[in-house]
Ligand binder design. Structure first.
Ligand code: DGY
Length: 324
């Protein structure tokens, strides 16, 4: 293989991935910008021409315009995420470019965050901390009561690796029923004791609704004013998928009017969410800044898989996690 050139579009790419590219004989260039810097997108556009591979580790969208700038020699692209909503997949596919993403290695870290969010929201951590900070810590048996996990019904929208890892963790919490809904039957469900039901039934019957599916045109705003009405007044919504799965205005109204008990969000639209966003002001909305896969080990593994995708793609071998 002649020397191949790969552009890593965001400087935060972990060294583990760069080391693997180097070992594979790839000349990698890393753009010296991160998503926190407004220059990143113009710099990507300015510098992207002429590479054989791209590591698209940015929230910015990989569009036809950017692919045109990249040039027709571009052969392979990898994200450093499981989600590919930041890529125009159809456009990439139509040009015969191979695209890979990163699965499995982040399931455990994201599942940990899901369980953390679920407990924090159900047991009102945010309100409790706020009361302490305001010096309003009251006592009494009726103060700051939350929701139980034991005996509950947990419904998971999208039963992939993360959803399954969540169930494995929650098995220790004496949950009464696990439900899932999604596009296809999952063979793992039987062994884990999880029942597939239509989405409407899941929303009606679950005490905890966990969104763990990708954002696609079909799943955009799957939680909206109408579907929120199906949920129990005592229900807790957890979103670890993508912000776009939830209509934030409708969620705000439902939380404000206490039509559901609470929401725990690891993902929002937009990201970063400004502190004057209405959802931030709600005591029953617990938001964390997209920390799902943010552990040292997981991010190193994710970078390694991205680099493997590129190496396989450039050698016309099957990628570990091919998207197209
Ligand atoms: C992903 O990889 O899509 C996750 O959301 C990252 O945390």
């Amino acid at each position: 293989m002649s020397l191949k050139r790969v552009l890593v579009v965001n400087k935060t790419f972990p060294q583990a991935g760069l080391d693997l590219l180097k070992k594979g004989g790839i000349q990698a260039t890393v753009l010296p910008y991160s998503d926190n810097e407004p220059e990143i997108l113009p710099e990507i556009k300015k510098n992207i021409n002429g590479y054989d591979g791209l590591i698209w580790n940015t929230k910015h969208r990989l569009t036809a315009e950017i692919l045109n700038l990249a040039g027709s020699q571009l052969k392979t692209v990898s994200t450093m995420s499981s989600g590919v909503d930041q890529v125009d997949v159809e456009e990439v596919k139509s040009r015969g470019i191979r695209l890979g993403n990163v699965l499995r290695v982040l399931d455990n870290a994201v599942a940990d965050i899901t369980v953390g969010l679920l407990i924090a929201t159900a047991r009102r951590f945010k309100e409790g901390v706020q009361e302490i900070e305001r010096n309003e810590w009251k006592t009494g048996v009726q103060w700051m009561l939350g929701m139980d996990i034991s005996g509950s019904t947990v419904g998971i929208v999208g039963f992939g690796g993360v959803g399954q890892a969540v169930v494995r963790r929650l098995k220790g919490f004496d949950v009464a029923r696990f439900l899932y809904c999604g596009r296809s039957d999952k063979p793992e469900a039987k062994e884990l004791g999880v029942e597939r039901v239509p989405q409407e039934q899941l929303l009606k019957e679950s005490n905890y609704v966990i969104l763990a599916c990708p954002l696609t045109p079909e799943t955009k705003h799957l939680i909206n004013a109408d579907t929120l009405k199906l949920m129990k007044k005592t229900a807790v919504l957890i979103n670890i998928g993508r912000g776009g799965l939830v209509d934030h205005e409708a969620l705000y109204d439902a939380l404000k009017e206490k039509r559901i008990f609470g929401a725990g969000l690891d993902v929002t639209t937009p990201e970063p969410l400004k502190n004057d966003h209405p959802l931030v002001s709600l005591p029953n909305c617990y938001i964390i800044p997209h920390l799902g896969s943010a552990t040292i080990h997981t991010r190193n593994d994710m970078a390694t898989i991205s680099a493997q995708n590129i190496l396989h793609g450039l050698k016309d071998e099957t990628m570990k996690f091919p998207v197209c």
